[in-house]
Every structure is written in structure tokens, then in C-alpha cells.
Unconditional design. Structure first.
Length: 97
């Protein structure tokens, strides 16, 4: 569980990154979750874009993806959301206490 200070820190880092993938009309598939698991392990902080053709609400999609990838929801702005999960082997982001 992230504290407010940690969430703010991650939001500031997320400002500079671009979405690495998108959710379209196919929705959230098993292969999509596998791709995100690998991305979270490599990057720790990822941004995802929910296309207008998707039938999913951005916050609902973010919460579902966070649960399926065992990651933390950081924020949702417009059609984009940010997730964080500490890497098991190669942690790069050091959260404030």
C-alpha cells in the first residue's frame, strides 16, 4: 500500500513517461496482462492508454489491471492511468518513507 507521499513521488515521475501500451476494443486479455507483468518487472512504473473504442471506464480498467498484475494504482488522468510495482530483481525507484 502506497502512502500519500510515495504516490505523489510516483506521480511526479510518471509525468515524463509516455504510455507503453493501450487497451482497445479487445479489452484486458491474458496476453495483455503477461506483457504488463514483464513491463512492470523491467520498468516498475508504467503508463497505459485506454482507447475510446474500449468499452471500459479508465478507473475500472486501472483497478482490474492493478489487481491482475499485483501492482499499485498510482493515478488516472483522462484516458491514461499509471501503475507501479517494485521489481523483484532490479529495483530502480526508491520510494520516500
Amino acid at each position: 500500500m502506497l502512502t500519500g507521499k510515495q504516490r505523489s513521488y510516483l506521480k511526479s515521475l510518471a509525468n515524463t513517461i509516455k504510455p507503453i501500451t493501450q487497451i482497445g476494443k479487445m479489452g484486458i486479455t491474458e496476453s495483455f496482462i503477461t506483457q504488463l507483468d514483464e513491463a512492470l518487472e523491467a520498468r516498475e512504473l508504467i503508463k497505459i492508454h485506454v482507447l475510446e473504442t474500449s468499452l471500459l471506464n479508465t478507473k475500472d480498467a486501472a483497478n482490474e489491471v492493478a489487481q491482475l498484475t499485483r501492482s499499485e494504482f498510482v493515478q488516472a488522468i483522462g484516458n491514461k492511468f499509471v501503475l507501479y510495482r517494485k521489481s523483484k530483481e532490479n529495483a530502480k525507484i526508491h520510494l520516500p518513507n
